[in-house]
Design a protein around this ligand. Structure first.
Ligand code: ADP
Ligand code: ASP
Ligand code: MG
Length: 405
């Protein structure tokens, strides 16, 4: 008997018919003699709708109350899946994050999982039940409901697979696996059979929505091998696992686009030790993740800092920065939301040259202007105009011949 954790995303449980189909799939896995723990997301669109409703009441809603609200999306689907299973004769029980023993820190709307006490799940599995757990949520030490950041049901599934010592962790979604680029944007993108944690992590944090980046970080840390596959067919998906030597022969594994970033320019601040520290401390204290930092060469004792932040955090960033401008000699903050970050990722970059030249030439040929550039060992990212992003992804995909095996 194997123990399997399955996660079904928002589209896979999008309506009653799909919920019934998911129940059939779970029954099939259980009838095969497996113990099954299922993590589900809210129906697709529900979390966005709840956020929009909150924002229509208050421009800046309390994050505690947002978590109270957002957690109900997943609570609907766990109960419906459990009912659908019971209706076809499968004993099942649904658990909220708190009932499943998922304890997080106190950072509302993007809490980190601290511990998992899986004993309640274990007890129900022993009693022969399928356990359905609400993704994306937990409880903090004060007993408050928290959520794990957008896409956080992936994290719930991977984090549960570790203490449950699951033999398999399957992430069911609405595409056949991880592709060389978003298949909805780049039509000739190819499904990747196997990808390393590092590459998956870079793609996810560069905007490939197929996996939440923190879930991949967690999988890498605890060695949870997982498969991304479709809930609509039985095709094999993509295995995400530790790097093996043969992976380095592929220079660029994939292309990612992130349209949810905003460019922030902090201009006319004092060019002296401590200025950058104060600016980024203010952002860190507001729990804002900063990426792509560029500082120009100071002139006349004055410098400009440019960086990107998640678009949803831009108002919070301006507020945090305005509080420290006086301490760095005055200056101004400007936000540019109409940007996109395009990244190419591959472990083979560690040992191959010319990737930047190929990418920049391809963008130049398409007349796409590059505003910012950053690199890591296995990734090159550029900030470009948002309106050109999809075209730029297709151009980069073709330049690295990613449509060819
Ligand atoms: P779920 O609701 O199942 O969690 P998501 O919408 O979060 O699903 O993620 C799946 C989507 O990710 C796909 O529909 C696809 O458009 C998008 N996507 C972006 N980049 C990639 C990629 N490289 N490979 C596969 N899908 C991708
Ligand atoms: N429902 C949450 C979201 O839309 C979590 C998830 O789907 O993984 O972000
Ligand atoms: Mg998702």
């Amino acid at each position: 008997m194997a123990r399997i954790v399955q996660k079904y995303g928002g589209t896979s449980v999008g309506d009653v018919e799909r919920i019934k189909k998911v129940a059939e799939r779970i029954k099939y896995t259980r009838d095969d003699g497996n113990e099954v723990v299922v993590v589900v997301s809210a129906r697709s669109g529900v979390t966005n709708e709840l956020i929009a409703r909150a924002k229509s009441i208050s421009e800046n809603p309390s994050e505690r109350e947002l978590d109270q609200l957002l957690s109900i999306g997943e609570q609907e689907t766990i109960a419906l899946i459990a009912m659908a299973l019971q209706a076809i004769g499968v004993p099942a029980v649904s658990f909220t994050g708190s009932q499943a023993g998922i304890v997080t820190d106190k950072v509302h709307t993007k809490a980190k999982i601290q511990t998992i006490n899986a004993s309640a799940i274990e007890k129900e599995l022993k009693a022969g039940k399928v356990v359905i757990v609400a993704g994306f949520q937990g409880i903090n030490a004060d007993g408050q409901t928290t959520t794990l950041g957008r896409g956080g049901s992936d994290l719930t599934a991977i984090a549960l697979a570790a203490p449950l010592k699951a033999d398999k962790c399957e992430i069911y979604t609405d595409v056949d696996g991880v592709y060389t680029a978003d298949p909805r944007v780049v039509k000739n993108a190819r499904k990747i059979e196997e990808i390393s944690y590092d590459e998956m992590l870079e793609l996810a944090s560069a905007g490939s929505k197929v996996m939440q980046s923190r879930s991949v970080e967690f999988a890498s840390k605890y060695g949870v091998v997982f498969e991304v596959r479709s809930s609509f067919n039985h095709n094999p998906g993509t295995i995400v696992k530790a790097e093996v030597a043969s992976m380095e022969s592929v220079v660029v594994r994939g292309v990612a686009v992130d349209k949810d970033q905003a460019k922030v320019i902090v201009s006319n601040i004092l060019d002296k030790p401590g200025s950058a520290a104060k600016v980024f401390r203010a952002l860190a204290d507001a729990h804002i993740i900063v990426d792509m930092i560029v500082q120009n060469v100071g002139r006349n004792g004055i410098a400009n800092l440019t960086f990107t932040v998640p678009q949803g955090d831009s108002t919070k960033a301006v507020r945090a920065l305005e509080n420290v401008l006086d301490e760095v000699g005055g200056g101004q903050v400007a936000i540019h939301p109409q940007i996109a970050k395009l990244s190419v990722v591959g472990v083979g970059m560690k040992t191959h040259s010319g990737v930047a030249a190929t990418l920049f030439q391809a963008l130049a040929d398409a007349n796409v202007n590059i505003e910012l550039i950053t690199t890591s060992e296995i990734k090159i990212s550029v900030v470009i105009d948002q309106d050109r992003a999809d075209e730029a992804a297709r151009v980069a995909h073709a330049a690295f011949k990613l449509d060819q095996v």
